[in-house]
Design a protein around this ligand. Structure first.
Ligand code: ATP
Length: 611
């Protein structure tokens, strides 16, 4: 949000209760909007950003509310102490169910959240010491420094202090090292894991984070309402929170406030208006909400906030200017030691991969040395990408072994292999399209700094963050994308997106670079520039293994080629030898692949050795 607008919003919020013309009803309404905003903010992170749908947030509100209700009324604890108790309880509970539920994928995950949310709801309603369905009443109001928060106008300040604080924490978190990993969750796990991100951990982290926000909301609710009963913690309310997130804009922190304000205001107005129109007390507002949901999904799939943001930018134009500034100068990240030029970097020994009855990689063996550029070529379906996935740990080997700098890696996970110094790009570009080019590349440097969630949320990570962004900018400059730092990655042409993937892989400071069809979609001049960058990297000692269908590009660039066909190694040697190899010519001329023709393979362009 623009700073000026932020000052206006915060100033307005602070002044509102002081204006006695503002009726008590609106203060109460704003208090409930604040309470909902806290829960919905958690959903923005969990569902909007992380792509994990939860129908159980109201249950966590219940844990916060019941903990303080019971401890203050039955044991006489201070409410401020119960806040920590409620947070601790929610932390333990959400970590446990998160670790279990988040293993589920697809529609099983929302179903799982419904299951435990219903269980908790019935637990609240049936436990005798929690007052069963009558709940607990007589909860004392909060007070700070002798000032009672028993009246709505005072409680308002505390609620909105929590809301603004949570918005700040969440915004910081999203724009940080862990935040980039969280934003990668939605795109599936293989890409981010290839840069060392432990995706399962981050899923649990955002689940717990969202649960803690809901718990705070419940704690505040109990002391505002001064009584708790199970009904506001049921499935209906969880659905309503999700609804608020979608309507407000599940991808942006302010969407939580906008969604909560819109839905609660609309609900209240409709509850007044509809009975008068239809002369009945039936819950017709639910029908209106259903229609509204269809309308929003149809015409503003990302919710209301992005529309408001776009309108504001169009009016002020200020955002554009700020975007032009490159990230601040920062210390250069330290590099891992490079292997001696010519030393053995990668060795595949009878690597084999079977998919059921299909042998996609059939006992392939080859060696790659430091500073060498090796090409892996072959017709479509030859097993090249599968070989890449075996090396990077995305797929497990059926048999054989793979060694990287002497260490066996075929039993390691993708993120552990990334940690050893293997960077990669993907055959089908895997970027986070709504994230800037700079942030996408910074994700590649994930393992080079160790910033945790707490430090990111409190924004004490400034130095590390500046170093990561600086490194990302340096790599983008190196591959020729320095003019696109703040462009959304999804707006780049496909060829540029491939180059962006190379910059991201370089940001990981790899010893070995695996490039899957890097030249696809590039124009002639761009290919030449790419070849120049790769040659320079190789001169610096980087080992490169690339899969490529463009024969001119491969023959000019590589030192060594391995040719695959139907999963088997057909030939291996220098480009000039491969061009003359009868078996290779036969494989390409057999009509298996349209990408090749005889002239192309025969090397119309001079090969690297000839140059
Ligand atoms: N996950 C999978 N499950 C089953 N079969 C697979 C899987 N991945 C790849 N294959 C099959 O393995 C074979 C090799 O595929 P691979 O993608 O490795 O070939 P490729 O040489 O990279 O082809 P292209 O040049 O078209 O990308 C193909 O027959 C493919 O259908």
């Amino acid at each position: 949000m623009n700073r000026l607008l932020l000052v206006v919003v915060v100033g307005g919020l602070a002044l509102l209760p002081q204006l006695h013309v503002v009726p008590e009803f609106w203060i109460t309404q704003l208090n409930y909007i604040g309470l909902s905003s806290l829960v919905v903010l958690g959903l923005v992170l969990l569902t909007g950003v992380g792509g994990l749908t939860s129908f159980g947030q109201a249950a966590f509100v219940g844990i916060g509310a019941y903990t303080t209700a019971w401890l203050t009324t039955r044991l006489g604890w201070s409410p401020w102490l119960t806040l920590f108790m409620a947070l601790a309880l929610t932390f333990i509970f959400s970590s446990l169910i998160g670790a279990i539920t988040l293993r589920l994928s697809g529609h099983y995950l929302p179903l799982g959240t419904i299951a435990w949310s219903l269980s908790l709801y019935y637990l609240f309603g049936n436990l005798g010491f929690l007052g069963q369905h009558d709940g607990i009443s007589g909860i004392a109001p909060l007070s700070i420094f002798g000032i009672s928060l028993g009246i709505g106008r005072n409680m308002y300040y505390l609620i909105w202090l929590f809301v603004l604080g949570s918005l700040w924490l969440t915004y910081n978190l999203l724009h940080s090292r862990p935040g980039r990993a969280i934003r990668a969750l939605k795109n599936g796990s293989s890409m981010a894991e290839s840069f060392g991100v432990n995706m399962a951990n981050y899923k649990v982290i955002i689940f717990v984070y969202a649960a803690l926000l809901a718990c705070v909301s419940g704690w505040l609710y109990a002391h505002l309402q001064r009584a708790v009963s199970p009904s506001p913690f049921g499935l209906n309310y969880s659905i309503e929170y999700l609804f608020m997130a979608v309507v407000g804009g599940a991808g942006s922190v302010w969407g939580a406030v906008v969604g909560s304000a819109l839905i609660l205001t609309l609900k209240d107005q409709l509850q007044n208006l509809l009975p008068r129109i239809f002369d009945t007390n039936a819950n017709f507002e639910l029908i209106v909400f259903g229609l509204l949901m269809i309308f929003i999904l149809q015409y503003a799939g990302n919710g209301i906030w992005p529309l408001l943001e776009r309108m504001w930018t169009a009016v002020t134009g200020g955002e554009k200017q700020r975007r032009m500034e490159p990230p601040a100068q920062a210390a250069t990240l330290e590099q891992r030691p490079r292997p001696e030029k010519g030393s053995l970097v990668l060795e595949l020994d009878k690597a084999r991969k079977e998919f059921g009855g299909l042998v996609a990689v059939n006992d392939i063996s080859f060696k790659l040395h430091a500073g060498e550029i090796m090409g892996l070529i072959g017709p479509n379906g030859a097993g090249k990408s599968t070989t890449f996935n075996l090396i990077t740990g995305v797929l497990p080997l059926t048999s054989g072994d793979i060694r990287f700098q002497g260490q066996r890696i075929d039993n390691l996970r993708a993120r552990d292999i990334a940690r050893l110094g293997i960077g990669r790009t993907f055959q089908h570009v895997q970027l986070i399209p709504t994230m800037t080019v700079l942030e996408n590349v910074a994700l590649g440097a994930h393992l080079r700094r160790d910033v945790g969630v707490v430090s990111a949320a409190l924004h004490t990570d400034r130095r590390s963050e500046a170093e990561l962004l600086h490194e990302a900018a340096v790599q983008l400059e190196r591959v020729g994308l320095g003019d696109y730092l703040y462009e959304e990655a999804g707006n780049l042409a496909l060829g540029q997106q491939r180059i962006l993937e190379i910059a991201r892989a370089l940001a990981a400071d790899p010893v070995l670079l695996l490039l899957d069809e890097p030249a696809a979609g590039l124009r002639y001049k761009e290919k030449q520039e790419l070849a120049q960058v790769l040659n320079q990297l190789s001169a610096e000692g980087m080992s490169i293994l690339l899969v490529e269908h463009d024969m001119d590009f491969v023959m000019n660039l590589t030192d060594h080629l391995v040719v695959m066909d139907f999963g088997t190694k057909l030939a291996e040697g220098k480009p000039a030898e491969i061009q003359q190899n009868p078996a290779v010519l036969q494989a390409y001329l057999g009509g298996i692949d349209d990408d090749f023709d005889e002239d192309e393979l025969a090397g119309v362009a001079p090969t690297k050795e000839a140059v």
